[in-house]
Structure formats: C-alpha cells, structure tokens
Design a binder for this molecule. Structure first.
Ligand SMILES: [Zn+2]
Length: 137
C-alpha cells in the first residue's frame, strides 16, 4: 500500500480528514481506498472505496488493464521493429549513395574515353588525308 493524497474533504468517525491509499495486491492493483489516517491501534476503523465501483466495473477495469498491458507490449515490439526498419533503410540509403557515386564516376570515365576516341578518329582521318595527299603528289 502507498499513500497518494491527503486532500480528501471526507472525515472519519474521529474527525480526521481521510487519506487515499493505493492497493498493491494482485487481485485489485491500483485501486484507491480511504481510511482513517491514525495508526492501526488508535484509528476509528473508518474505511471505504471512494469510487463505489461494482464488481462488474472492477472486472472490466481489470480486463482493460490487461488489454492495455498487451497493447503496450505490442507497441514496444512495433517500436523495436520500426527502429530496425529505419536502420535498414539508412543502410540501404548509404548503399544507394555509394552506387550512385560509382555510377557517376563510371559515366565520367565513359565520357572521357568517348572524347579520346573522337580525338583519335580525327587524328587518324587527318593522318590518312596527309598520307593520301603525299602519295597523290
Ligand atoms: Zn478516524
């Protein structure tokens, strides 16, 4: 049990302001209750549920808490999956960037080779023209 608040406006049989406590037992975890704030030996025995929930309502709350715990676990698992997917996405982006850099480098090399081939063709044609001119004369 733990005390969570002392701002109740209800009074017990001995005139003390009640305090709220929270149950920490497995069958009713987290449920609030009020009791006389005096020590056990001196208190008036006042004790009540401030929420007045029926057993059905408490059962529904317990079920919903269970579902919330399951959903929380699922959310945690999904977050872990999302983190793994983001990591994989980042790695793939790096690979794509590297491949694009390699591709750009290859394209530049190809352009330079094409320019060299064009220059060699022109040189060959000029040489051929000079040779033809030389033999014709
Ligand atoms: Zn009391």
């Amino acid at each position: 049990m733990s005390e969570i608040s002392c701002n109740s406006t209800k009074y017990c049989h001995c005139g003390e302001i009640n305090r709220f406590f929270i149950l920490k037992i497995p069958s009713n975890p987290g449920r609030k209750f009020c009791k006389c704030p005096k020590p056990k030996a001196k208190n008036c025995g006042f004790w009540e549920w401030p929420d007045n929930f029926s057993d059905n309502t408490l059962s529904e709350i317990s079920d919903l808490k269970g579902k919330l715990e399951v959903a929380t676990v699922k959310i945690d698992n999904l977050r872990e999956s999302l983190d793994a997917i983001r990591l994989e996405r980042d790695n793939l982006k790096k690979k794509v960037d590297n491949l694009e850099a390699i591709n750009n480098s290859q394209v530049n090399k190809s352009r330079k080779l094409e320019e060299k081939i064009l220059k060699l063709k022109m040189l060959f044609m000029i040489s051929l023209a000079v040779l033809v001119g030389f033999f014709c004369c």
